[in-house]
Design a protein around this ligand. Sequence first.
Ligand code: HEM
Length: 235
Amino acid sequence: MVPLSRLFSSTLGRKYLMGASGLALVLFLVVHLLGNLTLYAGSGDPMNTYAARLHALGPALIALEVGLALTILLHIVTAFQVTYSAKAARPVDYENAKTKGGPSKNSVSSRNMIWTGVVLGVFLIVHVAQFRFGPSMEDGYTASVDGVMVHDIYRVVVEAFAQLKWVAFYVGSMLFLGFHLRHGYWSAFQSLGIINPRWSKPIHALGLVIALLLAFGFLFIPIYIYATQSGGGNS
Ligand code: HEM
């Protein structure tokens, strides 16, 4: 096995780490969206039950969260390293570069990966502070599921999305997520060196489908909650 320090010290190794961590984060997003689909139920029980089961994992959940945080950190650090070493080595700006054929890698998404990534980084800090470390059971956010007292995470989400400013923040951020994933998914396969010319077009097309499904799957949640729940506020 190649030691992590060796991977970090070469541009190819950093690209590999960036691609692998990016694909792991796509997997997290798919699982996260599937869990969040419970928010479309229109009542608190499905989401609160889902979250309570997750938190019942105890130390295993903490290990997963630490793994996730490290993966996000790895992705950010390698993305900055790759971007700035590529900029230093590139004689022609992307804006003026010509594509060599096949699916074009030179698009609005590809040219702005670092900026869409920075916006997502800011989104993530706000989002995790708001929902993961937001109002807790000690603050009175409790609900009863099958006679058991659990954290009313549904109420935390509904109270946020009852406010138009948060709906706008989430909808805007999810558009950035779509652009980031649109190029990122494709680029990860290239970085990992597993693009066979025959698969190039299907993988590129799948990237678009995944970007659209994830961005719009998340994006409609605040809109749906604002439209259906904002009058009531609580679960
Ligand atoms: C409308 C969109 C979204 C909603 C409603 C939502 C909802 C939530 C909720 C309720 C939690 C807290 C879970 C708990 O404490 O049990 C959470 C955590 C989290 N979310 Fe989201 N999320 C959304 C989009 C996203 C996106 C797009 C990302 C990544 C780019 C993301 C990344 C995270 C992370 C990293 C955590 C912390 C996970 C943990 O520590 O267990 N979320 N989200």
